[in-house]
Write a protein that binds this ligand. Structure first.
Ligand SMILES: *[C@@H]1O[C@H](CO)[C@@H](O)[C@H](O)[C@H]1NC(C)=O
Ligand SMILES: *[C@@H]1O[C@H](CO)[C@@H](O)[C@H](O)[C@H]1NC(C)=O
Ligand SMILES: *[C@@H]1O[C@H](CO)[C@@H](O)[C@H](O)[C@H]1NC(C)=O
Length: 436
């Protein structure tokens, strides 16, 4: 009896060798990704599908809950990477996007977003090992910002690559490819191009962006407000964020023409769409487009929104929490929810979450020491220098422009202004110094 036991132990460990035996097919990296994703999603109940779609935001809206039966951990979707890793402790701070646009330098921006992605990864690895899924510690960036800057009164112009769809496309692709990396299987972090689509004007003129109806002609939409998002999708971005405003009467996050006809069917987008924070509530409370959250949940899911970045965890404040009722009323199908959740797990699988620890993910063990490394600081300095436009001093010694170059004339300079001791303002919004 004892001998038999010993024999069978030896035999079974020989048979297994050191090879990894996955607990579920979705944990088997040798299977095609579509098969792995289907394996996860087919195991989820309606309630679990709803929970995965409802928790993409901050506070008690996130993280997406774990699925203990499958040994799947929670996942934090909310992360900001616009000019460095934002709101998660120390990180290398790079110039604002509008400054990066002034460099006209594709490779430099790619180095910036690659360095950002490595810092995001390092922090995520440490946080998850620590059992922490806090806001801003995930791998799914709500960046870059590809709105077109056509009105100087908009408060977020500095987050954009400027007024030109061509330059925004070109630099948007640099950001996306740098951030996601060039590994054929894994992504370092995932990009999320925003805000899809059209709005980029002054707040409260005539109404806030939460209720603004952006009316565009098809020509202007196609030529001005869509090209940079198409370029973002072509660069392989795994996420887009739908915006607060309406487009020709239909809220962006409930806009089937935008999120299905154009994004999925024309551009063949494989990733997920996340709402801007609270945008699903606004479908009811600001746009008065749907009578209640149940209807709004169905409208948004049917249009192609996969994930709610919301403000609450319950049905009163969280629109997608009402998806089960919407299914019951026949307003949305379980297949639609499965499609949305598949897109979420597709990205998590590409990030490597369901692989064994010793698999070939080159981004799995990036150490915290990468943060603010000499290399990254050098890239930030280079980017800052190239983003500054210097006036050419053609008049050295001329009485018409006697001040330049400054260095020859003054030993000390006094810089005056209300923001001079305000690093948040100097670094700009959505930069690592700012807790957003
Ligand atoms: C991305 O950044 C990491 C960390 O600094 C570096 O090792 C790697 O070479 C960079 N990759 C590219 C393509 O710049
Ligand atoms: C790890 O957890 C501790 C205790 O909750 C926390 O103070 C610390 O900041 C965490 N570290 C990381 C890297 O998340
Ligand atoms: C925009 O278009 C919608 C639908 O055509 C219309 O109802 C609305 O009044 C228009 N809004 C503005 C500000 O022109």
């Amino acid at each position: 009896m004892e001998l038999l036991l010993v024999f069978s132990l030896v035999f079974s460990s020989l048979a297994l060798g050191n090879s990894y035996v996955p607990e579920f097919p979705f944990r088997d990296p040798s299977l095609p990704i579509e098969e792995r994703v289907k394996d996860i999603v087919d195991r989820l109940t309606l309630a679990q599908l709803v929970e995965q779609m409802a928790h993409g935001g901050a506070g008690n809206n996130g993280p997406a809950p774990g699925i203990p039966d499958l040994n799947i951990k929670p996942y934090q979707w909310g992360t900001e990477c616009l000019s460095g890793d934002v709101g998660a402790g120390d990180a290398t701070s790079f110039p604002m996007s509008i400054g990066m646009a002034a460099t006209f330098n594709y490779d430099l921006l790619k180095q910036v977003s690659n360095a950002t992605a490595y810092e995001v990864r390092a922090k995520n690895t440490a946080a998850v090992l620590n059992g922490s899924y806090a806001f801003h510690t995930g791998l799914s960036c709500w960046s870059p910002v590809l709105n077109i800057m056509r009105d100087p009164r908009w408060g977020r112009n500095q987050e954009t690559y400027g007024e030109d769809p061509y330059l925004s496309s070109y630099l948007g692709q640099a950001f996306v490819t740098g951030l996601q990396g060039d590994d054929p299987t894994y992504v370092i972090a995932n990009a999320g191009c925003k805000h899809f689509d059209v709005h980029g004007g002054p707040e409260d003129t005539p109404v806030p962006r939460f209720s603004f109806d952006a009316n565009v002609t098809m020509r202007d939409w196609r030529m001005t407000f869509l090209p940079q998002f198409k370029a973002c999708v072509e660069a392989g971005a795994l996420s887009l964020m739908c915006s607060y405003n309406r487009i020709n009467g239909v809220p962006a996050c409930a806009n089937k023409k935008l999120l299905t006809d154009i994004l999925r069917n024309e551009w063949n987008f494989k990733g997920y769409v996340v709402s801007d924070q609270g945008a699903l509530e606004n479908i009811v409370t600001q746009h008065h487009y749907a009578p209640d959250f149940v209807t709004a949940a169905a409208e948004a899911a049917n249009a192609g929104t996969c994930l709610e970045d919301g403000n609450s965890e319950d049905k009163d404040g969280n629109v997608f929490e009402n998806l089960d009722d919407a299914v019951e009323k026949g307003l949305v199908s379980v297949d639609t929810l499965k499609d949305a959740v598949s897109r979420l797990f597709y990205v998590r699988t590409k990030l490597g979450e369901f692989d064994p620890p010793d698999n070939n993910n080159p981004y799995a063990n990036i150490p915290l020491s990468i943060i603010q490394s000499d290399t990254h600081i050098k890239i930030a300095l280079q980017a800052a220098m190239e983003s500054i436009v210097l006036m050419k001093n053609e008049f050295n010694g001329s009485p018409f422009l006697p001040l330049l170059p400054l260095a020859n004339k003054f030993k000390r300079a006094c810089v005056v202004g209300p923001f001079i001791k305000n690093p948040d303002t100097m670094f700009g919004d959505y930069s690592p110094t700012m807790m957003v």
